[in-house]
Design a protein around this ligand. Sequence first.
Ligand SMILES: [Zn+2]
Length: 183
Amino acid sequence: MRRAAFTRLLAIAAPVPASMLATEVGLTEGQVEAELGRLAASGAISRDDSGAVVAAGGLAVTPARHRLLLGGHGYWTWCAFDGIGIPAALELDAVLDTRCPACGAGLRITITAGNPPAGSPVVGWLPGGPCTNVQDDFCPEANLFCTEAHRATWRQTAGDPPGTAATLYALAETGRQVWADLT
Ligand SMILES: [Zn+2]
């Protein structure tokens, strides 16, 4: 169901009604409702007031923290990691617009056929704490920083949270594994 929602969001870049998913996965609307409710409770998808899916697997068609131009459509993502990992898994061109939490500078990452630029000083952070709801527990700290120095400054200011630093290349590699089951 999560995969069907992700695939439809990617195809239409607009909210996906539950009825569309019922046809796609061959379940009744009641069964789809139950499954969507379960996924929404864990943060794996987001829904709008009409019950349509507006985000799945980090890819959103309503405003979120980071902007992602992907396959010619405009999206948002929950984490900066989504903005690197999703294009990597799909092997698509993309442009991610995000912001360094240490200094507030805008960061634009241009991705070519799923590959982030080589030799960029930009570094990412993968939070390592407990995660019961990905949007609440993981995404707020899964950001990109101008440089390793800005990442270190942020971590100190944030009270030394658990996690690992990752280059753009490493984020893309990890993303290919994380999103393998959605592509
Ligand atoms: Zn910075």
